[in-house]
Design a protein around this ligand. Structure first.
Ligand code: GAR
Length: 207
């Protein structure tokens, strides 16, 4: 299987973060390869974007719950990721909370991107939460995934100003652009072994 650092990317949406990561890999900015892309949404753009790049991409039915995977789905996701021996799981707009067995199977090896400056505005539509609250600065956060919701150790953050005329869509659009810069840099730092985790603090060469 070669000795490249192997990513398993999970997403539920259009896949713009996946594209930014794949482009950064192609440009030689991340010493890694995407081994597999998985989605809980059959029509998700991320699957199309991966197939276009000849990367194995699969829909796995999530089961009966709305916000998490059921036991069969969890086992199917874990099996698919273990089969291709991923080193890091990259959540790129994956809209279900990962729990229990999944976290144990890949402990300390799951990262997520969230569209706010955590710990402000965890959960859904964080850009809308920021706008509704009236903050003047928001942004995006890359963090390790733990058992909480958007609560793991923070790897990197990038700020985005909130402008007077912003709609939720305009603000999310600018946050996405920041995500596309930040996420590849954080993944590159992990792939190069440049960071270490001490308690909640992620130390080393990182964005
Ligand atoms: C991104 O903005 C990401 O931060 C957000 O979903 C979008 C996915 O976009 N994730 C969450 O809100 C997770 N709670 P993409 O499919 O174009 O990468």
């Amino acid at each position: 299987m070669g000795n490249k650092f192997r990513l398993g990317v999970l997403g539920s949406g259009k896949g713009s973060n996946f594209v930014a990561i794949a482009d950064a890999i192609a440009a030689g900015k991340i010493p890694a390869e995407v081994a597999i892309v998985l989605s809980d949404v059959e029509s998700a753009g991320i699957l199309t974007r991966a197939s276009e790049r000849k990367i194995p991409a699969h829909f796995i039915p999530p089961g009966k719950f709305r916000t998490k995977l059921d036991e069969d789905a969890k086992r199917a996701f874990i099996g698919a990721l273990q089969m291709v021996q991923v080193d890091l799981i990259v959540l790129a707009g994956f809209m279900r909370v990962l729990k229990g067995e999944f976290l144990r199977a890949f402990e300390g090896r799951i990262v997520n991107i969230h569209p706010s400056l955590l710990p402000s505005f965890p959960g859904l539509e964080a850009w809308k939460q920021a706008l509704d609250h009236g903050v003047k600065l928001t942004g995006c956060t890359v963090h390790f995934v733990d058992a909480g919701v958007d609560s793991g150790a923070i790897i990197g953050q990038q700020a985005v100003p909130v402008l007077d005329h912003d709609t939720p869509e305009m603000l999310h659009h600018r946050i996405r652009a920041a995500e596309h810069e930040l996420y590849p840099k954080c993944i590159a730092a992990i792939a190069r072994g440049e960071i270490s985790v001490v308690g909640r603090r992620v130390l080393g060469k990182k964005p």
